[in-house]
Design a protein around this ligand. Structure first.
Ligand code: PAP
Length: 330
């Protein structure tokens, strides 16, 4: 489904032509709902993700003040969007009447690769005031050098999560998205796809390692968080993000317990109980409802789904993939 391209200039026409020519040449795999995933530069993406990545490459102009919230799907995108939004805007809103009480974070933070709306250009993103808060699932390796090489170009806040919980969460989500009448995706099938690296923006391990390595090489540019750490030490993590973004909490804010307010506002319990997030309305424009992004929000729920054998296989793959990198989920 392409956006209207009537008024696009030659530069955009060229990008779209390149996308059209490239897509049929890429390896394909069955996806998790009724989609197909295509292997692009080593990662499994939907056509939408590939088009987004190529448009960013050719047309996105990063600003030093840009904050990019990066995640592999189901690692805590909703949570991180809410946390960063409330950290950045803490002086603009009253916590009792906060936008997060009336809107889902995906309506407050623009999804970078989905900026292809209306005329199919980056205009909607170009027009945003600074600091722009943008969200992405794209792997770090797919961003243009102007964003990753130049330490001043923009900053990335990344969150990852134990892959067993990601798999369980993604499997539930996939079955919510499968159209009525289509048989559910079995856990065995989901497991098989995941292990082969065929999951949106996967292989999962490569996604994590890309950001993890970048955070070691450029700690001022990329901050890597773990879902489990944010659960365990939410206050410390919120302070860490604020420090990283150059907006540390002042002693006065600490006295007023602003960090505590942010943690409470963005907690699973609070967010999942807001009317706006209980909505299960879906439309053609928004095929996923707000409530689809809230399930359990727990650490370790995978034990209720994966067999010991599945867990062992995932441990083996993970050990192999992460060997010598210094990264582990625990
Ligand atoms: P996305 O990447 O597709 O946008 P994302 O928000 O990362 O989705 O994933 C949803 C997961 O985050 C769900 O996990 P679960 O299936 O294991 O329960 C969801 O419950 C969890 N989640 C959503 N909001 C929060 C929150 N405020 N705190 C903690 N976990 C949350």
């Amino acid at each position: 489904m392409y956006p209207k391209r009537i008024k696009l200039d030659e530069g955009y026409q060229k990008t779209y032509k390149n996308v059209d020519e490239l897509l049929p040449t890429l390896p394909r795999s069955k996806g998790w709902w009724l989609d197909q995933l295509l292997q692009y530069q080593g990662f499994w993406l939907s056509t939408y993700g590939i088009r987004g990545s190529m448009l960013i490459d050719d047309h996105f102009n990063p600003r030093p003040t840009d904050i990019i919230i990066a995640t592999s799907p189901k690692c805590g995108t909703t949570w991180l969007r809410a946390l960063v939004f409330s950290i950045i805007n803490r002086n603009s809103f009253d916590f009792s009447d906060h936008p997060l009480r009336k809107a889902n974070p995906r309506d407050l933070v623009h999804f970078l690769e989905a900026h292809i709306r209306g005329d199919g250009s980056t205009a909607s993103i170009d027009g945003l005031p600074s600091p722009r808060l943008l969200s992405t699932h794209l792997p770090y390796a797919l961003f243009p050098e102007c964003m990753t090489d130049d330490t001043l170009a923009c900053r990335f806040v990344y969150i990852c999560r134990d892959l067993k919980d990601v798999l369980a969460s993604k499997w539930h989500f996939a079955n919510k998205l499968r159209p009525k009448g289509v048989p559910p995706l079995s856990l065995e099938e989901a497991f098989d796809l995941f292990c082969k690296g065929v999951s949106h923006y996967g292989p999962f391990w490569d996604h994590v390692l890309g950001y993890w390595k970048a955070s070691l090489e450029s700690p001022k540019k990329v901050l890597c968080l773990k879902y489990e750490d944010v659960k365990k030490e939410p206050l410390g993590c919120v302070r860490k993000v604020a420090n990283f973004l150059g907006v540390p909490f002042t002693p006065e804010e600490e006295n007023k317990e602003i960090v505590e307010e942010i943690v409470k506002l963005c907690s699973f319990e609070n967010m999942s109980n807001q009317d706006v997030n209980k909505s299960d309305t879906r439309s053609q424009e928004k095929p996923i409802s707000n409530s689809d992004f809230f399930r359990k929000g727990e650490v370790g729920d995978w034990v209720n789904h994966l067999s010991p054998q599945m867990s062992e296989i995932l441990d083996q793959i993970t050990e192999q993939k992460f060997q010598g990198t210094g990264f582990s989920f625990h």
